[in-house]
Design a protein around this ligand. Structure first.
Ligand code: CA
Length: 230
């Protein structure tokens, strides 16, 4: 379990770090926004402890960076100002929890446990209709039988499963499939063929979900209508 502490008060930082290490966590730290951004970009964490008032800016920026990177690291805001505004904007920006300073280390530790436990159960597997996605094993079962997928097909299905019933346009999908290389690839043929194969596999396995093609707009993962589904 990896934790990142973003905190500029040295005493508090070293105390928290020491206590969490005692509990068996692997602890990284950053003392300003810039360092924090560097760490976050290179590593993903099970939990990030985030101080709001940092010497070079607003800690809430960290939440924006995580959001832009489409990352799922859990975040607990630790704020000296017990301000309701901070709490609301932090939670709005995707933080998981908020703890006012000064905090008791036992309380912090309990919050970390709750959040990471919740996340681990979420991450383990997800059932959708007769389909079960095993995230850590990178496998999909339909009616308890493994659906054999290529790596990219799995990633695409996983991507849609986190966005059930949402229309994903082909640019967004291309960006996901190609990442930053999309501009240099420039055509959608690869995506069309991936989607075609994936749709065929789901259909042949009699999955209760389908990747619906919405002509000219994109795709949607939806529960099939009962009609035609046994
Ligand atoms: Ca501070």
């Amino acid at each position: 379990m990896k934790i990142l502490i973003i905190e500029d008060e040295e005493n508090l930082l070293s105390l928290t770090k020491k206590e969490l290490e005692k509990e068996g966590y692997q602890v990284d730290f950053a003392t300003n926004l810039k360092q924090a951004a560097d760490k976050i970009i290179s590593t993903s964490y099970d939990c990030i402890l985030l101080d709001i008032m940092l010497p070079d800016g607003d800690g809430l920026e960290v939440l924006k960076i995580l959001k832009n990177l489409e990352r799922e690291d859990s975040v607990i805001i630790l704020s000296a100002k017990d301000s309701i505004d901070d709490k609301v904007s932090g939670l709005d920006l995707g933080a998981d929890d908020y703890l006012a300073k000064p905090y008791h280390i036992a309380e912090l530790s309990a919050r970390i446990k709750t959040i990471t436990r919740r996340k681990n159960t979420l991450n383990k597997s997800v059932s959708l209709g007769n389909m079960c996605i095993l995230h850590s094993e990178k496998k999909v079962l339909v009616n308890n039988i493994e659906l054999v997928l290529k790596k990219k097909e799995f990633e695409i299905l996983e991507f849609f499963s986190n966005r059930l019933n949402r229309l994903i346009d082909k640019d967004k999908l291309a960006e996901f499939v190609w990442g930053e290389n999309f501009d240099s690839m420039g055509n959608y043929d690869f995506i069309y063929s991936q989607m075609k194969n994936l749709r065929k596999k789901l259909k042949e396995a009699n999955a209760s979900l389908e990747l619906k093609s919405i002509y000219g707009l994109g795709y949607k993962l939806v529960e099939k209508d009962d009609e035609g589904f046994i």
